[in-house]
Design a protein around this ligand. Structure first.
Ligand SMILES: [Zn+2]
Length: 168
């Protein structure tokens, strides 16, 4: 296993559209293990998408289960994911390993149903709410070459510099 390098904004490759996965072989399993390790190594570490490490396939991982207060499905490996249902709208703060210096306010659906294949190619459906639903929508955007920066309500009022050092 290996921690992979994360592409960072404004790297143009982050705008690339990712293609469907069609081979569910051992190399896919190895790649997903590396992607998991990279996600858990990062700050926050609740989600990652394959294009963030320069692999332009429709693969995303979301795991918000470290926070026991959040409703979650545990670690979701989402291959060729599609959102089938959306409900509600909520504004919330997002960060991204590819945009390390900023956070921003983005409007997302509050509840979604996502249909995706697992590492063996089996289709599964997950119902996600709240922060987990937000994380899934954020990661799936990466597969279409979109960053949260592209969805800010306003760049003037909804983009925030991350504090690198805590002031006393
Ligand atoms: Zn991101």
């Amino acid at each position: 296993m290996a921690v992979l390098d994360i592409l960072q904004y404004p790297d143009e490759r982050l705008k690339q559209l990712s293609v469907e996965v069609s081979n569910f072989d051992t190399s896919l399993q190895y790649f997903i293990n590396d992607l998991l390790e990279t996600m858990y190594a990062g700050p926050g570490g609740v989600g990652i998408a394959a294009p963030q490490v320069g692999y332009f396939k429709r693969i995303a991982i979301v795991d918000v289960s470290k926070n026991p207060k959040l409703v979650s499905n545990g670690c979701m490996i989402l291959i060729n994911p599609e959102i089938k249902k959306w409900e509600g709208m909520k504004i919330g703060r997002e960060g991204c390993m590819s945009v390390p210096d900023f956070t921003g306010n983005v409007i997302r659906a509050e509840a979604i149903e996502v249909h995706a294949q697992n590492v063996e190619g089996k289709w599964q459906t997950f119902s996600c709410v709240g922060y987990e639903a937000r994380a899934v929508q954020h990661e799936l955007d990466h597969l279409d070459g979109l960053l949260f920066l592209d969805r800010l309500v306003s760049r003037r009022t909804d983009l925030f510099q991350r504090k690198k050092y805590k002031k006393k």
